[in-house]
Design a protein around this ligand. Sequence first.
Ligand code: NAD
Length: 510
Amino acid sequence: MNVSVKTVSVTEEAAAILDRLGVARSRYSEGDIVAFSPITGQQTGKLKAMSSAEATEVIEQAHEAFLTWRLVPAPKRGELVRLLGEELRAAKTDLGRLVSIEAGKIPSEGLGEVQEMIDICDFAVGLSRQLYGLTIATERPGHRMMETWHPLGVIGIISAFNFPVAVWAWNAALALVCGNSIVWKPSEKSLLTALASQAILERALKRYGEAPEGLSQVLIGNRAIGEVLVDHPKVPLVSATGSTRMGRDVGPRLAKRFARAILELGGNNGGIVCPSADLDMALRAIAFGAMGTAGQRCTTLRRLFVHESIYDQLVPRLKKAYESVSVGDPLQSTALVGPLIDKIAFENMQKALVEAKEHGGTVLGGQRVDVGHDLAFYVKPALVEMPKHEGPVLEETFAPILYVMRYSDFDAVIADHNAVGAGLSSSIFTLDMREAERFVAADGSDCGIANVNIGTSGAEIGGAFGGEKETGGGRESGSDAWRAYMRRTTNTINYSKSLPLAQGVSFDIE
Ligand code: NAD
């Protein structure tokens, strides 16, 4: 079912939200970078790109702020993040709607993204009293050895269009409680949500009262401004989320100046459905994982391996779901699948589908859908039955394409599953304990996320998030990801009256 509506002005709605959140219209009424909504294709604003000199000045100011902020006790820093969480709760409806307008997400996903910001704030507030180091046994008498964790500096955050605010919050909440300042380079495709998030943080800063000027800043611009952040010597860590192509440029640049990198790059996520799987459960998880967010999540399910004994039970049901899924304007209907971000995304999807056919694939869906917005790009999600794991299946196409393949041997399917460059998320559907355990074992999935009986997408903030191989190896959000945002010192304190050297070395001077 395709849901058709008449054009409405997302421009006015975005402006009204930004007014309520306190973003001055002058911030987005003039400039070369066009903000737009993928929902209608309409322009929602125009922003002026910063010059390199302006961006450098912002980073220098953030460095000055860091010098003060690092001395504020961590639980007090946590208070700022607690206030940010409160402000986000108050702004949830507005910001969630703006995420929908700017990223094209259905309302529950727009709100879900803001909920993720709130969750990470709660997590970080608790963390502000738990930045623990170890006390370690020393071989020398009258000595004590310990680790202390100190703030690191200005944390650069580069984010992608598809999680326009949550990725910032994952990094910002941790960086701030860890005693750092933050400079954010949002995607040039999601600048209004960035201005809104910064305005919400500024409300929290105002209530907090004593934070240094310039503690959190936003750089407006495209890739060139991102490069200023990546190359600046006073930015010891850049957390960069986006395509593997971006990571190939950013990673070596950071390495060249020995800066730290948290790289959160592309995914080409796989799922395996085994003979014992609960097929009702698998069907729902696959549908959400592959078609949700119009296939524009880094954790979107893109490759599905189905055991030959159940293929003819599962795949026809899946095809039915693909045929009946509602595609439409997510603000004007209850459609489950919204738009692609832009024309380029649509063209990339079509290119991949042509290639799939050249490799013997049978394509269901994939065509453009007319929902009454000529400038926007809506598509039917595509299910592609592939004879082999090859061709376009091996690369991430950031669009709703699910490649489906039969398998017969468990070892071989694990090998195929791992035979792609990316290593972000993965899942298996099975009630067989041996298969489940093998999938999460050392010789199972090689991804940063390996799930059993749930889909590849929709991670919670409590776990460390990130992937291996061409996904970049970074971890952010929960667990002990905070350690990347701090510098560890090992301290050995001698409270004895002699100076024994480690390893029994003697060096006695007269
Ligand atoms: P993109 O790589 O085009 O852009 C991401 C960000 O990087 C933007 O802010 C962009 O301006 C900036 N950028 C690009 N080149 C740069 C450079 N050389 N130096 C500095 N900054 C640079 O990605 P996109 O199209 O916005 O997002 C989609 C991609 O992001 C997909 O590949 C998706 O899988 C990935 N992604 C990954 C994660 C994750 O956590 N692993 C999360 C979301 C999205």
